[in-house]
Write a protein that binds this ligand. Structure first.
Ligand code: ADP
Length: 187
């Protein structure tokens, strides 16, 4: 199973991706986690990404594509994968399509987690208290939501136009939402 999980910040993408990965025994590829690992390691890439991420903006398409390409070349990906945080704009969606066609691993499904904005803001505020992520401050959150609406929402339309999109209600208990996703991606 090769899957893209789309959804605004705070929609529960990361949580659900972790569950799906365990249940389906596929690789979980979170571009946000990969970037945070680069920052933690103090790499050149991490240094470049840090201020952009803290401000709630998108890291360059070029950096992301390079990162993704090397991740998709790793052995564990052959059993399938769930992409969490990519693609985030239409250029990335096109690049992903080309890359997956080239390696002969097309997507099976694209799932969008639907959550109303008021709830997103509330959830991120809760997470900020628990985890203290540098980009979970109010200004950055506002910017990330705006970036989502301007750049990532068109990706939803991109896949909807290709008939590969499943919309899933992301409001409810974690188990409930997970069950909806399984239902949506059932072959
Ligand atoms: P969230 O879904 O809560 O916004 P992520 O962990 O997915 O959190 O992403 C955190 C940040 O990492 C983003 O705001 C962005 O700066 C950067 N990032 C992650 N994925 C991408 C991507 N595909 N393209 C550009 N930037 C990205």
């Amino acid at each position: 199973m090769r899957l893209v999980l789309l959804g605004p910040p705070g929609s529960g993408k990361g949580t659900q991706a972790t569950r799906l990965k365990d249940k389906l025994d596929i690789a979980h590829i979170s571009t946000g986690d990969m970037l945070r690992a680069e920052i933690a390691a103090g790499s050149e890439l991490g240094k470049q990404a840090r201020s952009v991420m803290d401000a709630g903006n998108l890291v360059s398409d070029e950096i992301l594509l390079g990162m993704l390409e090397s991740r998709l070349a790793q052995a564990d990906v052959s059993k399938g994968f769930i992409l969490d945080g990519y693609p985030r704009n239409v250029a990335q969606a096109n690049a992903l399509g080309e890359l997956l066609a080239r390696i002969g691993q097309p997507l099976d499904a694209v799932v969008q987690l639907d959550v109303p904005t008021e709830l997103l803001v509330e959830r991120i505020a809760g997470r900020a208290k628990e985890q203290g992520r540098a980009d979970d401050n109010p200004e950055s959150v506002r910017q990330r939501l705006q970036v989502y609406n301007e750049q990532t929402a068109p990706v939803v339309d991109f896949y909807a136009g290709r008939g590969t999109l499943a919309r899933v209600d992301g409001v409810g208990e974690l188990d409930e939402v997970e069950a909806r996703i399984h239902q949506a991606i059932k072959p």
